[in-house]
Ligand binder design. Structure first.
Ligand SMILES: [Zn+2]
Length: 334
């Protein structure tokens, strides 16, 4: 789209092992390295670390890829320390556990980025997660830690089945589970009635926005119905709420809608107006993508020719209003 001045771009480095070991177990990280080297996993490692099990396949870059997104997110947090906004779309692996792979997350790069901020002396941080899945790994890492408030909007009743509205992680979390079909109007309601007031009240020194793109209507793994306008609005809304902002990616399993969403988020963060039509270069990239699901056989033309979706507004259902009000029970009591 011609939106990236090379001077704005930094290549993500592999993470320092020591920095990763602040959160992750050395034996687990070593098992990831071994899995990449041998492209296989022993029964013992599979059992103990869930590598090569469930949604955590062994793949060619199973060590270097997570180490690079961790390095990128930690660099993003260091760069943002001086103030400003850094976008690291390769990061956002919010399910990773200290000694276990989970939900295609091997390392937890948001946790490692947040630790970078805490070690630099920040003590009032908001982590906002709009991926369709609950940000369980991040919430659990900062359970009871009043320096990091984790807020997660996610589909109710979906894997990993945590993040109920009553679950506050000892005061350090707010969870906003939403029903299937969650639309742009409902997202606006939740942001305005619950999330933004919560952040306002807190006056954080830094915000970490996990922008997993699987809450989009066309994503095959979840049943939420957002258009990418909801993502653009969320990014725009948090930009002025703290002097430091890091935005990552996360889930997202339709390559067309992921690419359009995160490109548009970059535009929003840079104050770029998104034109009605993609440039020929952007269209060529989108047309070159491969998507091995039914919808990929005959993609609608707007997946190639636009960045911005049509809005998906609708009725704000009682389930959503209830979640917003339960996020502030202290107000209801007052
Ligand atoms: Zn997800």
């Amino acid at each position: 789209m011609g939106w990236l001045d090379e001077s704005q771009f930094r290549t993500a480095p592999m993470a320092d092992l020591d920095a990763v070991l602040r959160f992750h177990d050395p034996a687990y990280v070593d098992a990831l390295r071994r899995a990449e080297e041998t492209q296989s996993v022993s029964d013992a490692d599979r059992e103990r670390f869930r590598i090569g099990a469930e949604g955590n396949p062994v793949y060619a870059e199973i060590y270097r890829r997570p180490m690079t997104s961790a390095g990128g997110v930690m660099l993003a947090c260091r760069l943002a320390l001086e103030g400003g906004i850094v976008h690291c779309p390769g990061g956002g692996t919010h399910h990773g556990r200290p000694a276990r792979a989970s939900g295609f997350c091997y390392l937890n790069d948001p946790v490692l980025g947040l630790l970078t901020w805490l070690e630099a002396g920040l003590d009032n941080i908001v982590y906002l997660d709009i991926d369709a899945h609950h940000g369980d790994g991040v919430q659990d890492a900062f359970h009871d830690d009043d320096r990091v408030l984790t807020i997660s909007i996610h589909e109710a009743g979906r894997w990993p089945f945590t993040g109920k509205v009553e679950d506050r992680a000892g005061g350090a979390a707010r969870n906003l589970p939403v029903p299937a079909g969650f639309n742009d109007s409902e997202m606006r309601w939740l942001m305005e009635q619950a999330v933004l007031p919560l952040i306002h009240e807190r006056r954080p020194q830094a915000i970490f926005l996990q922008c997993g793109a699987d809450s989009l209507e066309e994503d095959p793994l979840a049943k939420l119905s957002l258009s990418n306008n909801a993502y653009f609005a969320a990014a725009a809304a948090v930009m002025d709420l703290a002097p430091r902002l890091v935005v990552t990616g996360g889930g997202g399993y339709n390559p067309y809608t992921v690419g359009r969403c995160w490109a548009g988020v970059w535009a929003v963060l840079n104050g770029i107006t998104i034109p009605d039509r993609t440039t020929p270069a952007a269209e060529a990239i989108l047309r070159g993508l491969v998507y091995n699901r039914a919808a990929g056989r005959n993609p609608p033309v707007h997946w190639f020719t636009t960045i911005r979706d049509e809005p998906r507004d609708g009725v704000v259902r009682d389930d959503v209003k209830r979640v917003a009000s339960l996020t502030f029970p202290e107000r209801l009591e007052a």
